[in-house]
Design a protein around this ligand. Structure first.
Ligand SMILES: Nc1ncnc2c1ncn2[C@@H]1O[C@H](COP(=O)(O)OP(=O)(O)OP(=O)(O)O)[C@@H](O)[C@H]1O
Ligand SMILES: [Mg+2]
Length: 455
C-alpha cells in the first residue's frame, strides 16, 4: 500500500536521522564540516600510506646501504690484515663513506641497551645487519641524537665500531612532508572559512528579511550573493510587492464602496428630514443612523489597515502604554490590575498596538467589572492576558467573534453600540506583527484574551 510504503523508513533513513541529531544545526557549521571532513579523511589516508610505505621503504633502503658499507669495510679489514693500525680503512671510510670507523682491541660487545619502544630505524637496521653481516652486533640508535653507533664482533678479541650519521640510515626529515601537508590544509581551511562566511551571509540576510516582514517591520533588503540565493531574494521581494499591492487594492476597494454608500446614506438622511415626522419615519431614521455608524466602522477598519502598513515599528515602553490603558479603564469605574514581568521594552507599531490594547480592554470593561492585565516578556515572545469577570464567550463562538461585524451583544444590550469590529482589528494588528490573539477562560470567571507577539 502506498501509505504504508511512505511510513516505513528504511534502516538507512534511521541511520541518517540518528546521525543528523549529532550534526550542528547551523548552515555555516554544516558547510564547514562538508569541507573539513574530506580534507581530514584524505590527509589521514595519505599520511598512513606515506608512513607505511614510503617512509619505511626509504629507511630500509638507507639502512641497507649503510649496512652494505659496513659489510664492505669488514671485508677489507679481513682481506688486508697487514693494515694493522687500520689507518687506510679509517681514511676510506670517512672520506668515501662518511662513516667513522675504528677497531677496538680486546673488548667484547657491551650488554644490549634498552630497546626503544617503537623505532623503525632500530628495527630495520637490526634486520639488515642480521641479513647482510650475520655476526654478533650491538647497536645504539638513541644514545647520541644525530649519530647511530654500530658495533660488530669480528673475532674473539676485536670489535669494529662504526659511527654513522643518523640521516644516513634513516629518512629523517620525512616529517617535513607532514608539516607541509598540515600547514597547507590549514591555509586551505582558512580560505574556505572566509569564502563560506561571505556565501552564507546573504542567506542569513534573506532569513532576517523574511522574519521582519512577518513581524510587519520595515526592511532594507537587497538580494546579494550566489545566483541561487539572489534568485530567492528576488522572489522574496516580488512576493512582498504582491502582498503590498493586494493590501492596497483591498483598502482602495473598501474605501470606495464605503464612500459611495455614505453618499447615498447622507442623501437618505436629508430626504428624511423633509418628511413628516411619523413614528415610522423615526424608525427609519434610527436604522439609517445605525447603518451609517456601521459604515464609519467599516471605513475606520479599512483605513486602519492601510494606515498601519505605513507605520514604523519602534522600541516602545509597554509599561507606559499599559498604564495609559489602565487609567482609562479606571476612569470608567473599573477595578483594573496591571502586572508586567520581564523586559518592558518591545518593538511594535505603537498606534496599532495601542488600538489593539484599547479594543481588548474596552471589551473587558464593557462586559465585566474587574479587569486584570498581565504581561510577560521574559522570552523572545510577549504574552499578554486581558482578563475580566464578565459572562465570557462560549467556546464554540470564540473564533466567530473575530469576524468583522459579528456581535453577541444583540440580545444582551442593544444600545451600547459597538460595531463588531474591535476583535477583528485587534487580531489584524497582532497578526501583522507576526503574532496572534486567542480567547479562553479567565480565572476571574469571564473572558481571557491572550496576545502573543514576537517582540
Ligand atoms: N470580554 C468580553 N466578554 C464577553 N463577550 C465579549 C467580550 N469581548 C467581546 N465579546 C463579544 O464579542 C463580540 C465581538 O467583539 P468586538 O470587540 O469585535 O465587537 P464589539 O465590542 O461589539 O464592537 P466594537 O469593539 O467594534 O466597538 C462582542 O459583541 C461581544 O459579544
Ligand atoms: Mg469591542
Amino acid at each position: 500500500m502506498k501509505i504504508g510504503a511512505t511510513l516505513n523508513y528504511s534502516p538507512l533513513d534511521h541511520a541518517a536521522r540518528w546521525f543528523g541529531r549529532f550534526l550542528p544545526k547551523g548552515l555555516y557549521a554544516r558547510a564547514l564540516i562538508i569541507i573539513i571532513a574530506p580534507v581530514i579523511l584524505l590527509q589521514s589516508v595519505v599520511a598512513y600510506v606515506f608512513m607505511e610505505r614510503h617512509y619505511e621503504l626509504v629507511t630500509r633502503r638507507l639502512s641497507s646501504a649503510v649496512t652494505a658499507d659496513i659489510a664492505a669495510l669488514i671485508d677489507i679489514y679481513e682481506s688486508y690484515p697487514q693494515d694493522r693500525n687500520t689507518s687506510t680503512l679509517s681514511r676510506i671510510a670517512s672520506e668515501r663513506l662518511q662513516l667513522d670507523v675504528d677497531i677496538l682491541r680486546n673488548t667484547d660487545l657491551p650488554p644490549p641497551g634498552p630497546k626503544p619502544f617503537f623505532d623503525i630505524l632500530d628495527e630495520t637496521l637490526s634486520n639488515e645487519l642480521r641479513r647482510q653481516i650475520d655476526r654478533p652486533y650491538w647497536i645504539d640508535t638513541v644514545g647520541r641524537s644525530s649519530y647511530v653507533e654500530v658495533r660488530i664482533k669480528l673475532d674473539q678479541s676485536d670489535v669494529m665500531r662504526v659511527l654513522a650519521r643518523r640521516s644516513q640510515a634513516y629518512a629523517s626529515n620525512s616529517h617535513i612532508f607532514l608539516v607541509w601537508m598540515g600547514g597547507s590544509s590549514f591555509v586551505l581551511l582558512g580560505i574556505a572559512i572566509l569564502f563560506l562566511r561571505n556565501q552564507i551571509r546573504p542567506i542569513l540576510r534573506l532569513a532576517e528579511a523574511a522574519e521582519a516582514l512577518g513581524k510587519g517591520r520595515e526592511i532594507d533588503f537587497r538580494p546579494r550573493g550566489a545566483r541561487e540565493v539572489r534568485q530567492a531574494g528576488h522572489a522574496f521581494l516580488e512576493m512582498k510587492r504582491r502582498i503590498e499591492r493586494n493590501m492596497e487594492q483591498r483598502t482602495t476597494m473598501l474605501n470606495g464602496v464605503s464612500h459611495d454608500l455614505r453618499t447615498i446614506l447622507t442623501r437618505f438622511k436629508l430626504s428624511l428630514v423633509f418628511l413628516e415626522q411619523t413614528p415610522e419615519v423615526e424608525d427609519l431614521k434610527r436604522d439609517v443612523d445605525e447603518m451609517s455608524r456601521m459604515l464609519e466602522g467599516y471605513l475606520a477598519f479599512a483605513r486602519g489597515e492601510g494606515g498601519d502598513a505605513g507605520e514604523q515599528a519602534v522600541e516602545t515602553d509597554l509599561r507606559q502604554l499599559l498604564e495609559e490603558v489602565q487609567s482609562d479603564a479606571e476612569r470608567q469605574g473599573h477595578v483594573t490590575e496591571l502586572e508586567i514581568v520581564g523586559d518592558p521594552m518591545i518593538t511594535v507599531r505603537p498606534d496599532a498596538f495601542r488600538r489593539l490594547l484599547f479594543n481588548l480592554v474596552g471589551n473587558a470593561a464593557r462586559h465585566g467589572d474587574r479587569i486584570e492585565i498581565t504581561a510577560n516578556h521574559e522570552t523572545r515572545w510577549l504574552v499578554l492576558h486581558v482578563d475580566d469577570d464578565g459572562p465570557g464567550i462560549p467556546s464554540e463562538m470564540r473564533e466567530e467573534v473575530f469576524k468583522p461585524f459579528v456581535r453577541l451583544d444583540e440580545a444582551r444590550n442593544q444600545d451600547e453600540g459597538g460595531s463588531g469590529l474591535g476583535l477583528a482589528i485587534a487580531r489584524d494588528v497582532a497578526r501583522s506583527h507576526g503574532g496572534d490573539i486567542v480567547l479562553g477562560d479567565s480565572p476571574l470567571g469571564g473572558l481571557r484574551a491572550t496576545v502573543r507577539l514576537p517582540a
